[in-house]
Design a protein around this ligand. Sequence first.
Ligand SMILES: NC(=O)c1ccc[n+]([C@@H]2O[C@H](COP(=O)([O-])OP(=O)(O)OC[C@H]3O[C@@H](n4cnc5c(N)ncnc54)[C@H](OP(=O)(O)O)[C@@H]3O)[C@@H](O)[C@H]2O)c1
Length: 342
Amino acid sequence: MLSNRSLFKATARAQQITKTFIRSQQTIRMVSGTTLKLNTGSSIPALGFGTWQDADEQAAAVETALKVGYRHIDTAIVYGTEPAVAKGIKASGVSRSEVFITTKLWNNAHHPDDVEKQLDTSLKNLDVDYVDLYLMHWPVAWKRGDEKFPRDSNGKLITEDIDYLDTYRAMEKVYHSGKARAIGVSNFSQAEMERLLKEASVPPAAHQYENHPYLAQHDFFAWHEKHGIHVTQYSPFGNSNPTYDKGKNIPKLIEDPVLVEIGKKYGGKSGAQVALAWGITKGRTVIPKSKTPSRIKDNFEGDFKLEAEDVKKIDGLDRKLRLNDPSGNFGYKFFKDLDGAA
Ligand SMILES: NC(=O)c1ccc[n+]([C@@H]2O[C@H](COP(=O)([O-])OP(=O)(O)OC[C@H]3O[C@@H](n4cnc5c(N)ncnc54)[C@H](OP(=O)(O)O)[C@@H]3O)[C@@H](O)[C@H]2O)c1
């Protein structure tokens, strides 16, 4: 016969075990999205959350995203959203170790002596002691210093003669130190990628570039696959970002009849969800941005697989429509050998 005290202890223990089990089930449910592998051996969630623009609303947006289940946040020092990302993570109650954080080195810190310093600032902003992925934002170097957009008296951005390879070598050092668990680049051309792969000692783990059904870049993606470099699609909704419209009045990608029609086959998915699923089915990461709670939630339901015939139909939508090419302003010719270059 158990005494009252033993009975009380046994009941408390059983309750504790039940709670732990429920908590572990919740954790499994919350992190059960598609994950992909980087060439470092680490996993990267296929669905990430973009934080460019609307800086004042990003703390709430990141908190909502993490509560919905996203486990990958994309930011950059130049977005000014790193502190908001830190706030959002804290408010969500999700532990740092569960979140894959990507941030980016800005063009004013390409000098090899500046790379670690700028990463340290990002780590401080994010209130973390490492990032999961550190990217060189653009291959162009600007004048060293605190100014994010250093301009001459004519308003022209001031470039510096710093080879992106030397910048990347400094990034290799922060990779070896553990402050960045993986390193990579963004907005590189194929020739720049080939040179990097040939000359660098740490192959880039990821390349983040503009990619959506209207700028499919099939051959460029195949090149990355061949070389084991993970691709993250930025602006996965193409011209949904109003910054890109510039009065062109191009019909919205996410309203494209092909995407909408395919969505019906998958239980009423939206064009936006199908656009995300297209990238995920191909083994890429997608990082949609939204400050709107209902859209943050809807976009999370874009993590599903499409059948091959539907992928093929979406592949056929390519218009080589590049929306983000600041070649004129940034003092550098980007994407020279790629589709849709200006
Ligand atoms: N490496 C780079 O150089 C680079 C360049 C650009 C972007 N990025 C990264 O990629 C992320 C995503 O790219 P992006 O911000 O250009 O564009 P995006 O995610 O393709 O589109 C965002 C726009 O679509 C709207 N939207 C979001 N979900 C929607 C839905 N379900 N239905 C209708 N509209 C929806 C958003 O509005 P609301 O916010 O008002 O809801 C916003 O205006 C950025 O936030 C950033 O992290 C990186």
